[in-house]
Design a protein around this ligand. Structure first.
Ligand code: ZN
Ligand code: ZN
Length: 299
């Protein structure tokens, strides 16, 4: 099927809002619904018609309005709260790092330096660095550009995937970037969310392709980012931090894992395949962790 055929396929548009492209299916009638039309149920999201049917058949009265604090995060709320949360935590870590004397401490505790993951090489075992590296940045431009990209990508991806799946995508992509650093840049010290952000790029490309969205724009922005990645002059200039480099390994690893996770999501959209989806995500995580054993054999 060509991209334009996919684009004109009504299955990829909300059945109640035919101008809105969407990836999410009602888990009861399996029609496509946009973020506004989704209601979170224990089995996944359902559409307004199915919600009405279900309430009628169960004879249950309409649920009372939730208290204000719950209403802020109610499930038909399509704001990308996970995206905002990650941005908040990342900026918090950056601001803490600006306190005189604290910057070096933050980096020394949270940055990724692969030998510190292995008692055999360093006498210490600090596995949290595989993930905490995502929240440390080496300068204003580094954190600013990464968070701008996260905001742009998260706004389209998070409502499409749902909060939980978006968070898994971010963390698995970040892990993929870190594992790539361990495998291909064992002695480099690395900071930054770039691996996870390249994962979002990869997932958006795969999912966009799958639902026939126009992905040319994403592909161009991704291409520019990859060029920047491989121009050492530019990357060290953007990093601005002595000794800590933005790493191409993290970018490529994150991109590959993000694309894989995007493919898993695209192929397991229905509730029948939910178990398969969880199983595949777990297998991806396990495979990445298993790859961490490679340096033990190499060095
Ligand atoms: Zn439905
Ligand atoms: Zn809709």
């Amino acid at each position: 099927m060509s991209a334009s055929e996919l684009r004109s396929n009504p299955d990829n548009f909300c059945y109640r809002h035919p101008d809105r492209q969407s990836f999410v299916l009602c888990q009861r009638c399996l029609r496509t619904i946009c973020a506004e039309c989704q209601t979170q149920m224990p089995v996944g999201v359902i559409c307004p018609e199915c919600l009405r049917d279900q309430q009628k058949s169960s004879g249950a009265p309409r649920p009372r309005r939730a208290p204000r604090i719950l209403r802020a995060v109610r499930s038909d709320d399509s704001r990308p709260l996970v995206t905002y949360g990650i941005i908040g935590v990342t900026f918090f870590a950056f601001v803490v790092g600006l306190i005189p004397g604290a910057g070096a401490v933050v980096q020394s505790l949270l940055a990724l330096y692969p030998p510190l993951l292995y008692p055999q090489f360093s006498g210490t075992f600090q596995p949290w660095r595989l993930f905490t590296v995502l929240f440390v940045h080496s300068g204003f431009w580094h954190v600013g550009l990464n968070m701008l990209a996260l905001w742009m990508l998260g706004r389209s991806l998070e409502p499409m995937l749902g909060r939980g799946r978006f968070l898994w995508l971010y963390l698995l992509s970040g892990l993929g970037g870190s594992v790539a650093v361990v495998l291909f840049g064992f002695t480099s010290a690395v900071v930054g969310a770039s691996g996870a952000i390249f994962g979002l790029f990869g997932a958006l490309l795969v999912i966009g392709r799958h639902i026939g969205a126009n992905i040319t724009g994403i592909a161009v922005v991704l291409g520019i980012n990859l060029v920047i990645t491989f121009l050492p002059l530019l990357t060290s200039g953007l990093g601005g931090g002595g000794g800590v480099q933005i790493s191409w390994q993290a970018h490529v690893g994150g991109l590959a894992v993000g694309a894989l996770v995007g493919l898993i999501y695209a192929r397991t959209r229905t509730i029948r395949r939910r178990k398969l989806q969880i199983w595949l995500l777990g297998a991806t995580a396990a495979a990445l962790i298993a790859l961490l054993a490679v340096p033990l054999a190499l060095y």
